[in-house]
Design a protein around this ligand. Structure first.
Ligand SMILES: [Zn+2]
Length: 88
């Protein structure tokens, strides 16, 4: 699994002679966007990496959602037990 999100990016490359200087014919690339040490970072993906990385990002999202649910269930259980003790 991979933490982050796959996003399409359209940008200028910075070369003054490039077609992208018109602001319309921008370069399109697919990147993995992720945060590290509180900073947002991106890494460009090769076309054959996009599918597998997307799938890995989805697996991370699913696993994280399950973890969240399990953690909330544990918390709810504790709150119930604490309330029950108080009520005794
Ligand atoms: Zn360009």
């Amino acid at each position: 699994m991979i933490r982050g999100s796959v996003v399409e990016q359209r940008r200028r490359c910075g070369k003054t002679s490039c077609r992208c200087t018109d602001g319309v014919s921008l370069h399109e690339s697919t990147v993995l966007s992720y945060s590290e040490d509180g900073r947002n970072r991106t890494i460009m993906l090769a076309s054959d990496q996009v599918g597998p990385v997307r799938a890995a990002v989805d697996r991370y999202r699913v696993a994280r959602a399950k973890l969240e649910v399990a953690g909330n269930a544990g918390l709810a259980g504790l709150l119930t037990r604490v309330a029950a003790r108080r009520g005794r």
